[in-house]
Design a protein around this ligand. Structure first.
Ligand code: FAD
Length: 534
């Protein structure tokens, strides 16, 4: 059968693309390699504890709520307030006024650098104003401008002028956050503590805007996957032909067919690829393309992507704890960004890691030097701690608490450990080390109260989603060239590929990625798929 729209990948982007294509009356098929839809957004239940395996909470970003409204979907969200902590000092972030508390936390921690802290705060304040412009209105792409004249004339048109001014300022701050921090302070601890919240090379504007993001977090009751469940219900109800456990392994852009792992061949008028992009180009036999211009364009794009890497990934520890939620609520909100050591990582995770990998480049990575690196890393990195039961009391058995603890983690290191044959020992070591740090610095007695635990690593994420390098938001920022659109005013182009009937969406299409941009590009791709041939 030939479908009007064939979507590959059932994550946030794929579900959105399928939803909008079906809403427009097209015949739609959705292929997903795993048994479950949702991609990186998964919540699992273990012995009464619900853990969010990927996304811990979602930012509205002027996109998520307007999109659900446009699709006529309702979800029970609660706010997901954030705490920030360094050592024994924690603050709760509940409004813009909390920025003053953040400033005081940094000054208490780095008293000799108070003037630098104030300079950084002034910049964050300015960027928060810009964020109010960028995300302060419901995204116009999710509005019916003809029907909603009040929004068009009262909100959108006045906003457009401010947007044009703001976007220029944002584009001028697209350099890496590390370079910006170097300009603002010489204090290595201060630089590290702010910078290590982010992927290496994160654009400065994006990083410095994060305080606004903290105020924008929502949590779907039942777990983050409830958001994906809602979209899945929508696409199934509208007759989308959903095929799970069926990866697409071949794409013929001239015949306009895809082939699945079991040898099935499926026709499409438009293909929307919402999965790992290297996989797409590896699935195309460029040598078999008859049109030489198309063959050249596909081969060039493939070569560009092959030398690009995915972003840093994450290592996560999931703990079921025999301790009441109230104990944790007394310490922080249910979403905490915590750095145990005011010195921060310094150059441990950059120069230190490169030296470790280079020193043992020609042999399996030995356990002892690597474990010394890991112990230093876990003692000084920043953790994102999510406590689902503090957002929804139904997410843990009575009197008990589930913790999701994660830190940014290098894919290559994980892979080298796996190749050296001590991956299981590494996971145990990481779980022990992370628990010990939290026990000593944040939750006294935690180690003795753990009922059960498990971990996921960058390799787990790669195996589950097929995402290159276990990436969680698409391309690395520190590569020579960003192989995706990364300027908001060009977002409509992010869904295009060199192949006229093949569109792309999701975290690999626009950078920085994330759920809101997966939704936005999914919708843009579906709309583009409904138009004439390019
Ligand atoms: C721990 C963690 C924390 C995060 N925190 C945030 C956050 O705070 N804010 C935020 O916005 N984002 C966050 N993210 C990122 C966010 O979850 C992702 O960017 C987003 O979900 C990506 O959606 P996607 O549809 O583009 O890709 P994916 O979710 O990767 O979906 C791709 C899908 O394609 C499938 N697939 C792959 N290859 C094939 C094939 N050949 N055939 C068929 N199917 C295939 C995969 O199985 C997968 O289901 C986080 C992610 C993680 C893991």
């Amino acid at each position: 059968m030939t479908f009007d729209v064939l979507v590959v990948g059932g994550g946030a982007a794929g579900l959105t693309a399928a939803a909008y294509a079906a809403r427009a009356g097209r015949t739609v098929a959705l292929f997903e390699r795993q048994a479950r839809l949702g991609g990186l957004v998964q919540s699992v239940e273990r012995d009464g504890f619900v853990f969010d395996m990927g996304l811990r909470a979602v930012e509205n970003a002027g996109i998520v709520l307007p999109m659900l409204e446009e699709l006529g979907l309702r979800l029970d969200f609660v706010r997901s307030p954030v705490s920030i902590g360094i050592g024994n000092d924690l603050i709760r972030v509940d409004s813009e006024a909390s920025l003053a508390d953040y400033r005081d936390l940094l000054v208490r921690t780095y008293p000799d650098s108070a003037a630098d802290v104030d300079r950084i705060m002034a910049l964050i304040t300015r960027i928060m104003r810009d964020m109010d412009v960028l995300y302060g209105i419901d995204n116009p792409l999710f509005k019916d401008l003809m029907a909603d004249r009040r929004y068009l004339f009262g909100t959108l048109l006045p906003w457009m002028f401010r947007f044009v001014v703001t976007i220029g300022r944002i584009n001028r701050m697209s350099g890496p956050v590390e370079a910006l921090l170097d300009e603002l302070t010489d204090d290595d601890g201060l630089k590290s503590i702010i910078g290590q919240h982010f992927f290496k090379g994160t654009p400065a504007f994006f990083a410095m805007s994060y305080f606004s993001v903290y105020l924008d977090y929502l949590y779907p009751r039942g777990g983050t996957a409830a958001l994906m469940g809602l979209l899945e219900g929508y696409v199934r109800e509208r007759g989308v032909d959903v095929r799970t456990e069926l990866p697409i392994v071949g794409v013929d852009p001239e015949a306009r067919t895809v082939s699945d792992r079991d040898g099935g061949v499926h026709g499409y008028r438009r293909l929307i690829w919402c999965a790992d992009l290297k996989t797409l180009y590896r699935a195309i036999d460029a040598a078999a393309i008859a049109d030489p211009r198309l063959a050249g364009a596909v081969a060039a794009r493939r070569a560009e992507l092959e030398v690009s890497s995915g972003s840093d990934s994450v290592l996560s520890l999931f703990l079921s704890v025999d301790e009441a939620p109230e104990t944790f609520a007394a310490i922080s909100e249910g979403h905490l960004f915590y750095s145990p050591d005011a010195r921060g990582l310094g150059d441990l995770h950059t120069r230190g890691l490169e030296e470790l990998l280079a020193r043992h480049a020609d042999e399996p990575l030995p356990e002892e030097p690597a474990k010394a690196y890991l112990d230093a890393y876990f003692a000084r990195t920043t953790y994102e701690v999510s406590i689902p039961v503090l957002k929804d009391p139904a997410l843990a058995p009575p009197g008990k608490t589930g913790l999701v603890v994660s830190t940014l983690f290098d894919y290559r290191l994980t892979r080298r450990i796996q190749e050296a044959g001590w991956y299981d020992a590494f996971r145990e070591h990481a779980a022990d080390a992370m628990t010990a740090v939290l026990d000593a610095r944040l939750y006294p007695g935690l180690g003795a109260k753990v009922l059960s635990r498990f971990t996921t690593t960058p390799v787990t994420l790669e195996a589950y989603t097929g995402n290159a390098d276990g990436a969680i938001v698409g391309w690395a920022f520190d590569g020579a060239r960003m192989p995706a659109v990364h300027q908001m005013q060009r977002v409509a182009r992010s869904v295009l590929t060199p192949m006229p009937d093949v569109l792309q969406a999701g975290q690999w299409a626009y950078s920085p990625g994330g759920v809101p941009m997966a939704f936005l590009t999914g919708k843009l791709a579906a709309e583009r798929a409904g138009k004439g041939r390019r």
